[in-house]
Write a protein that binds this ligand. Structure first.
Ligand code: ATP
Ligand code: MG
Length: 360
């Protein structure tokens, strides 16, 4: 099969790590007989410098006319003084909005060979593998009114937690679909003892559950979920929650895995192309040195293969190749123990590609 992938390298280490990702997808194509056609476009700071805007129209067009989007990272101190409409991050928010990417997927996988990098106990973590599905386009971060005003007793501030039933239903359905691809256990996280939003959330989840009799649904209050994630992450398979709760919980979950350089993410719409990117930022402090860890981006490719191209075997192979590379002891600087030998960004990419090519 032939697939069209839009590549948005972006800023900082973005170009270095997306280069390894393209190399990996080419290796997957060669091994499994697919043709990946890559179209490159500018986003973020590099787009501001070259085209005067962080999200050029042509970039949007490329993103709308492809099967999936692979993003490196955007931003850096160089653009600190830009006006809000010229900030690199505005480009990323813009493309999420344009493509209606309402579901943000953040897996937290604990790699056995990196267990010592986490601050938690080995037996608590070993084997943890969960997916947080966060609503990304509604809730407290977008609700109106949002204001600061002079009240009767001095300044007062208002933020609004707003969801429509339709917005809740589409993220819940997406999460059920994803749980089906995993271990068929879905935990819906809310604050239904306090918030009206959460009460509707729970009703919708219970109603939608009838369409997924093979998936086991449970509910958990967000404060308890935060505690359980640290205390016993292995109990979770798939978690679904609203925007702000998901923001906080996914950062907690990322910390149990130990390294920022390992974490992939996906942002999905109802049926258009998904966007795949590492969780980490553009790491301007190490850009251009060929020392960045490309594994978060390579793991994002596995998600791209799985969720946008529906190539399960290929996605499994990429995840297996990463696992094997780590077990064989290859480390970039960020995940190496003190004194341990390290490989460069491109060497790490080559080794993972080799695992794919030789596994076939
Ligand atoms: P953002 O605001 O985009 O999240 P940030 O400055 O908060 O960016 P990062 O750019 O992710 O965060 O960098 C945080 C630290 O982690 C930096 O010291 C950076 O060098 C390091 N880091 C981030 N990604 C990687 C990577 N892939 N490999 C090695 N180190 C990394
Ligand atoms: Mg940050």
């Amino acid at each position: 099969m032939s697939y069209k992938i839009t590549v948005l390298p972006g800023d900082g280490i973005g170009p270095e790590i997306t280069k390894e990702a393209v190399k990996l997808l080419d290796a997957v194509g060669e091994t499994y007989g697919h043709n990946f056609e890559f179209q490159y476009a500018d986003i973020g700071g590099v787009a501001v410098d070259k085209q005067g805007t962080p999200l050029p129209e042509q970039t949007v067009q490329h993103c709308e006319s492809c099967d999936a989007i692979l993003l490196g990272a955007v931003g850096g101190p160089k653009w600190d003084d830009e006006t809000p409409d010229r900030k690199p991050e505005t480009g990323l928010l813009g493309i999420r909005k344009q493509l209606n990417l309402f579901a943000n997927l953040r897996p937290a996988i604990v790699y056995d060979s990196l267990l010592d990098a986490s601050s938690l106990k080995r037996d608590v973590l070993d084997g943890a593998d969960l997916l947080i599905v966060r609503e990304l386009t509604g809730g407290l971060y977008f609700g109106k009114p949002r204001e600061r005003r002079e009240g009767e007793h001095g300044l007062e501030v208002i933020d609004t937690l707003h969801y429509t039933e339709a917005e809740i239903e589409r993220i819940i359905r997406k999460a059920f679909d994803l749980a089906r691809l995993r271990n068929k256990q879905l935990t819906s996280v809310d604050k239904a003892n306090v918030l009206e939003n959460s009460r509707l959330w729970r009703e919708v989840a219970n109603r939608v559950a009838a369409d997924y009799p093979d998936v086991e649904l449970s509910h958990m209050l967000v404060d308890n979920a935060a505690m359980q994630l640290v205390n016993d992450p292995k109990q979770f398979d798939t978690i679904v929650t609203e925007n702000m709760f998901g923001d906080i919980l996914s950062d907690i979950a990322s910390m149990i895995t130990g390294s920022l350089g390992m974490l992939p993410s996906a942002s999905l719409s109802a049926d258009g192309p998904g966007l795949y990117e590492p969780v980490h930022g553009s790491a301007p402090d190490i850009a251009g040195q060929n020392i960045a860890n490309p594994l978060a981006t390579l793991a994002s490719c596995a998600m791209l293969l799985r969720y946008s191209l529906h190539l399960k075997e290929e996605a499994d192979a990429v995840e297996e190749a990463i696992l094997k590379t780590l077990r064989e002891g290859y480390r970039t600087g960020d995940i190496a123990a003190i004194g341990e030998a390290t490989v460069s960004t491109s060497e790490m990419g080559d080794i993972v590609c080799q695992q794919i090519l030789s596994a076939s």
